[in-house]
Design a protein around this ligand. Structure first.
Ligand code: URA
Length: 429
């Protein structure tokens, strides 16, 4: 096989053959295809696209580059969720124990945050003692004992994607729908779940800024899952404004615990319940039958909270220990009285990042206590001179740049001008 032929074929708009795809992914992973050649191919794919058969094969080849976990033989069906990432998106934290409490098994491999969106592992690592790195045997044990496990993906899972993602990051080829879909799905299929629910975010705080691109990404991922025998459903959900009232690692853990305790913000509760119901349905579990509980009930009756504590303890964490708090706080006051008609997710995410909640390079450490508390959400009344945001940081020097990120991030106006957006925009199966 000749790599230049493969690059030319895609450059000229032809479909890649299964043999070409298998060969190029394997040869690239082994270092036989050079970085500059793969970067030319990634750009050709970015510009020309791939059809369903090509994307499916590309995903299969990346999956085949590493190990595939196998959770068959558990006494309950496996079901997982993947979110394309957003601001204040702590849903995995209440969702995993909720689904576990309802009768599902959730093998969740998560990542760390990069840029303005947070990572689930960074959030959980703010819990004293909690460990993200587990061996495959430990993962299975935690899953068997608690019905859920949230941990870091080992280096053996889809190594081709690890290498290709790093290359795309520096060659302007991240924002390609087939490449994003194959990247996400190769990792999710490697994790060995039987059912998968995708939370595809749309809006300023998300990868996909408009509904049409989000729908295309969702469709592509659902097709890949289906082609690989995994029952896959996607919800398109709003990310024009942050989820919940807290953005930042330990701040979000505290909010997740509120939700698990039967309280918490309506949007976080609503999305947790909607995704949990989809995960149960995709796994063939029906609330009310065979001891399967409805997720809203599990949040109300304390069983989801009990599952959370088991899950945290099983990975070395202390669910009762106080969470880290930032050393410094600054309050930003509302400049006018009225209804908050807009609050921009991206700008709030950027502020939290500037406060130290996120990282600029993979090797940076995050500040667990840093972030933003929102005192009002769109649709709520605010009064001039009352707190609008509280900023949390370990160093007061970070406040000015974070406050700048929030300038122009919100509008205060008349009630009549505010049209609430639905949280779930569409469902793709
Ligand atoms: N997340 C991934 O895992 N891969 C992408 O390509 C984009 C987002």
């Amino acid at each position: 096989m000749d790599v230049i032929e493969v690059i030319r074929a895609k450059r000229d708009g032809h479909r890649l053959t299964p043999e070409q795809i298998d060969w190029v992914i394997d040869a690239y992973t082994r270092g036989e295809v050079a970085e500059e050649q793969m970067s030319a191919l990634a750009m050709a794919i970015f510009l020309r696209g791939m059809d369903r058969a090509e994307v499916s094969r590309w995903t299969e080849a990346m999956l085949a580059s590493g190990e595939r976990l196998d959770f068959t033989g558990l006494d309950r069906p496996t079901t997982d969720k993947h979110s394309t990432g957003g601001v204040g998106d702590k849903i995995t934290l209440p969702l995993t124990p909720t689904v576990a409490a309802c009768g599902g098994a959730v093998p969740q491999l998560s990542g760390r945050g990069l840029g303005h969106t947070g990572g689930t592992l960074d959030k959980l690592e703010s819990i004293p003692g909690w460990r993200a790195s587990l061996s495959t045997a430990e993962m299975r044990r935690v899953l068997e004992e608690t019905g859920g496990v949230i941990c870091a993906a080992g280096a053996g899972l889809a190594p081709a994607d690890r290498k290709l993602y790093a290359l795309r990051d520096v060659t302007g080829t991240v924002e390609s729908i087939p490449l994003i879909a194959a990247s996400i799905m190769s990792k999710k299929l490697a994790e060995g779940t039987g059912a998968l629910v995708l939370d595809v975010k749309v809006g300023s705080g998300a990868f996909m800024k408009d509904v049409a691109s989000a729908r295309e990404l969702a469709r592509t991922m659902v097709d890949i899952g289906t082609d690989h025998g995994v029952r896959t459903v996607a919800l398109l959900t709003d990310m024009s404004t942050p989820l919940g009232r807290r953005v930042g690692n330990a701040l979000e853990v505290a909010e997740a615990v509120e939700v698990l305790s039967g309280a918490g913000p309506a949007d976080v509760v609503g999305l947790t319940v909607a995704l949990a119901r989809e995960m149960l349905a995709a796994a063939g579990l029906t609330p009310g039958r065979g001891g399967v509980k409805d997720p809203a009930e599990a949040l109300r009756d304390g069983s989801a909270l009990a599952a959370w504590k088991d899950l945290v303890r099983a990975q070395g964490g202390d669910p009762e220990a106080p969470l880290p708090e930032a050393a410094e706080r600054r309050v930003v006051l509302a400049p006018a009285t009225g209804t908050l008609t807009r609050l921009d997710a991206y700008q709030v995410g950027l502020a939290a990042w500037r406060l130290g909640a996120g990282r600029a390079r993979k090797e940076d450490a995050v500040s667990f206590g840093a972030g933003v508390t929102l005192h009002a959400k769109p649709g709520e009344r605010v009064a001039a001179g009352e707190p609008l945001f509280t900023l949390h940081a370990d160093e007061a020097a970070r406040f000015d740049r974070a406050a700048q990120a929030l300038e122009g991030s919100f509008d205060i106006g008349d009630d009549a001008r505010h049209e609430p957006r639905p949280l779930v925009i569409d469902r793709i199966a």
